[in-house]
Design a binder for this molecule. Structure first.
Ligand SMILES: Cc1ncc(COP(=O)(O)O)c(C=O)c1O
Length: 401
């Protein structure tokens, strides 16, 4: 099949809702950490489809498992049992320490489920608490509940009124959090590493303030690990690195390695307050999605994936800091494992096309931040080559300023 870029763009312009500003590239194939466009040009992928393709592209084990699953059974609905959902929930319980899973299809649905379960917890206890406390710079998704706890006005304003029961506090300000959380607070929600808001890990002092506020008021804690979870930072979840004990955890993105699946993980204490029929999803946790997630978790946690994140992540950080030191436009380097942001002194928009020209896929977030979320299976050699291309892109943008 010949692929003509102009035809693709023209057809989309006519028929697809124009809500995404796409880069002018059509990817047609991938292998490992490499993507190939319609003209056969090769790119190193330091974005993995925004933190999704944890095993890279064209993964042979994933392809075999999904092929077999497609030929066997894809979907039967949650009206019946199937053999894979319990197996996946058991794995997630072992990794997170939270005893139960609810499966859905995306990150925003996982967050919605956590918000609903927090409300349901207090309703069941006969003390209906409605308030949520969320963070400035947070991003939790685009559906109404998730958007209500997302801070950015740009996302919120066209859809107001949103949930009126949300208080935002300054990220990493323990005193502000202590003041905002009261005995009316149903839950605090936070990303342990803020992703879209500019790759900002929570500080240990702020994590301690979350624990203290929950202990003092009874408020639940929801950790949104949609972007930071499942090995991305070198631990199964970053809340573990921070010593936090969430009552609810939202998971998505990397879980299916590209097959859509999300999950809300619940402590037993919260799970005990949920009844049959309280929440549900037609697709949630179907056979195909669970099969994909089981492959991802096996690769990451049984076959050395997370050790690779730690090892390559350390080398990645060293090289990134050296590059940052050589470029005056970089004012900060933040992250952990294989989740990094280079904060620039000016808008980071120009870096994306400069990187693409040099065969590198990166992304800009929070205006000034170049975000790097490589596949978790990246080798040290590929990471080095990719960061060499980033170095060149930064140099070109600096020279043209
Ligand atoms: C921390 C976090 N939560 C939730 C979401 C929403 O996930 P989705 O786009 O799959 O709905 C995202 C997406 O970027 C995210 O980064």
């Amino acid at each position: 099949m010949t692929i003509v870029m102009e035809d693709i763009v023209a057809r989309e312009a006519k028929y697809v809702l124009q809500n995404y500003r796409r880069n002018p590239i059509t990817f047609v194939r991938g292998s490992g950490v490499r993507l190939y466009d319609a003209d056969g040009r090769e790119y190193i992928d330091l974005l993995s489809g925004i933190g999704v393709a944890a095993l890279g592209h064209g993964h042979a084990g994933m392809a075999r498992a999904l092929h077999e699953q497609l030929q066997t059974l894809i979907h039967t609905s949650n009206l019946f049992f199937h053999p894979l959902q319990g197996e996946l929930a058991e794995r997630l319980a072992q990794l997170s320490g939270l005893s139960r899973s609810f499966f859905c299809n995306s990150g925003t649905e996982a967050v919605e489920a956590c918000l609903k379960f927090a409300r349901r917890y207090w309703h069941t206890k006969g003390e209906p608490r409605a308030q949520f406390v969320a963070l400035d710079e947070s991003f939790h998704g685009r559906t109404f509940g998730s958007l209500s706890v997302t801070s950015d006005e740009h996302y919120r304003a066209p859809f107001e009124p949103l949930l009126p029961t949300v208080t935002f506090v300054r990220t990493n300000d323990p005193a502000a959090l202590a003041q905002a959380v009261t005995t009316s607070t149903a839950a605090i929600i936070a990303e342990p590493v803020i992703g879209e808001g500019g790759v900002r890990p929570l500080t240990p002092a702020f994590a301690a303030a979350i624990t203290e506020a929950c202990a003092k008021t009874g408020a639940l804690f929801i950790a949104d690990e949609v972007q930071s979870g499942l090995g991305r930072t070198g631990a199964p979840f970053y809340f573990q690195t921070l010593g936090l004990s969430p009552h609810l955890v939202a998971v998505g993105k990397a879980l299916g390695g590209g097959v859509p699946i999300g999950a809300a993980l619940l402590s037993q204490q919260v799970a005990d307050t949920i009844s049959f029929g309280d929440h549900g999803s037609t697709y949630g946790g179907n056979l195909l999605a669970c099969r994909a997630a089981l492959v991802v978790l096996a690769e990451l946690f049984d076959r050395g994936g997370v050790e690779n994140v730690r090892r390559v992540g350390a080398a990645f950080e060293r090289r990134l800091r050296a590059i940052a030191a050589a470029h005056p436009i970089v004012r900060d380097v933040r992250g952990a494992g294989l989740m990094w942001g280079l904060d620039l002194e000016r808008g980071a928009n120009a870096i994306v096309p400069a990187a693409l020209e040099r065969g590198l896929v990166v992304n800009r977030t929070a205006d000034t931040v170049v975000r790097l979320l490589p596949p978790l299976i990246i080798s040290e050699a590929d990471a080095d080559e990719a960061l060499g291309r980033l170095d060149a892109a930064l140099g070109a943008v600096e020279a043209s300023a």
